[in-house]
Design a protein around this ligand. Structure first.
Ligand SMILES: Nc1ncnc2c1ncn2[C@@H]1O[C@H](COP(=O)(O)OP(=O)(O)O)[C@@H](O)[C@H]1O
Ligand SMILES: [Mg+2]
Length: 393
């Protein structure tokens, strides 16, 4: 069941950097390294098509690209990644037309190489196993106190209880408190520890850093300092996310108030974004601003669900009015239940455990059912990443 990888290039130094960026668990990769250029690469594809072909080539002309194109046509299952110093849009277009999946700048930082390989290998692995990818759902607060963390953690517990393996990733640094909602002790390992070892990232490492927060429920805690969060890097995070979605049915991102590059990459890759607001004007105004930011980042409204939390019937503005104000439909209503929610949080228990009959627990169960009934994402490459500038809201 291993994935065959062929790396072709003329520069021995480049070749060793490329192979070093491939994931560590060599058991699942059948790797062969060859000296050569486009001709040798095309020959390989024709003779014995690998699952993944990596070609590092200083310059390719039209004849080279035509050769690669015809060999790739004959081997549709081969995914090709090209490392090239040529970044002209003409060249990139031509390479894509030739059937190249991804063109990576050469030279590239090790983390960028790793991220690109992880993307391709994840896709190949899932294809091979015939497994659809897990669903990534980002929970974003309209502003602090909306209830995003409470909903993320209790929803994660609800999904796990319904049999869907779920991982929750806390992206609030340095004050992440998702863990406190689910486990008694503060986890000692965090997302930052995973990133530090991203070179040897695999399922075992992911599972050793994540803490178990119940049956079928894992949690990756937020880094405990801004410095270590800043070291995470969007590409490393993307690798972690790609691996996570291949291991879990749901990956929930508990997003904070900062749209830093890591968060934006998470949002880029999310299949659904649940914007959590409360039905009062300050929250709805904040939600409007977040929706504008999302529009600026190119997120279509079909990917965004508005969740109205602490909703009370008869209190203005109504769900309809909120919906009109924001120009999006309210997807879910979570009632206000001060005591039961407070008790659950204080006991570090999901509300389904501490107060299963509370209307909040019931509403979260309905929300979980809604998510479970949605089709699973295809191959886990929902959208391209957009430029990630830190913004606060
Ligand atoms: N449905 C609810 N009913 C009552 N109180 C709630 C509800 N949801 C959240 N809360 C309260 O709001 C507080 C802030 O929620 P939190 O999830 O930390 O917000 P955010 O992550 O959006 O900043 C919680 O500690 C809890 O006391
Ligand atoms: Mg929060």
């Amino acid at each position: 069941m291993s994935i065959s990888v062929r790396v072709v290039g003329a520069d021995p130094q480049h070749l060793s950097r490329i192979t070093a960026a491939l994931p560590g668990d060599s058991e699942s990769l059948a790797l062969r390294i060859m000296t050569g250029g486009a001709l040798e690469a095309a020959g390989e594809v024709q003779r014995d098509p690998p699952d993944l072909l990596v070609l590092d080539a200083p310059a390719l002309d039209e004849a080279d690209l035509a050769l690669l194109e015809s060999s790739l046509l004959s081997a549709p299952a081969t995914a090709m990644v090209l490392l090239s110093p040529d970044r002209s849009s003409e060249f990139l277009m031509r390479a894509m037309r030739a059937g190249v999946r991804e063109v990576i700048p050469s030279p590239s930082a090790a983390a960028d190489l790793s991220a690109a390989f992880a993307r391709q290998l994840e896709r190949l692995g899932l294809q091979r196993l015939g497994m659809p990818a897990g669903t990534v759902i980002a929970l974003v607060p309209a502003k602090g106190g909306s209830g995003a963390t409470f909903i993320a953690t209790s929803l994660a517990a609800e999904l796990a209880a319904k049999g869907a393996r779920t991982l929750i990733i806390d992206l609030n640094a340095p004050f992440g408190d998702a863990a406190l909602h689910l486990v008694e002790e503060r986890p000692t390992a965090t997302l930052a520890d995973l990133v530090r070892q991203v070179g040897r990232l695999d399922a075992t490492l992911l599972e050793s850093v994540a803490v178990e927060a119940g049956e079928g429920l894992s949690l990756l805690a937020a880094p405990d300092s801004i410095e270590s969060f800043e070291q995470v890097g969007a590409d490393a995070f993307e690798r972690i996310l790609a691996l996570a979605r291949s291991r879990f049915r749901f990956v929930l991102l508990d997003v904070g108030r900062s749209l830093d590059p890591v968060t934006v990459r998470g949002l880029d890759r999310a299949d659904r974004i649940l914007l959590v607001s409360q039905p009062s004007l300050p929250y709805l105004h904040a939600a409007r601003r977040v929706l504008d930011l999302f529009a600026g980042l190119g997120y279509g409204s079909d990917r965004i669900d508005l969740v109205l939390n602490r909703f009370e019937r008869g209190v203005e503005p109504s769900a309809d009015e909120a919906s009109k104000m924001l120009g999006v439909k309210v997807a879910d209503l979570i009632p206000n239940s001060y005591r039961a929610v407070g008790r659950a949080i204080n006991h570090g228990q999901p509300i389904r455990a501490s107060a299963p009959r509370d209307p909040v627990a019931k509403a979260l169960s309905v929300l979980a059912e809604r998510l479970l009934s949605q089709p699973r994402p295809g191959r886990g490459d929902a959208s391209d990443s957009s430029p990630s500038k830190p913004v606060r809201h």
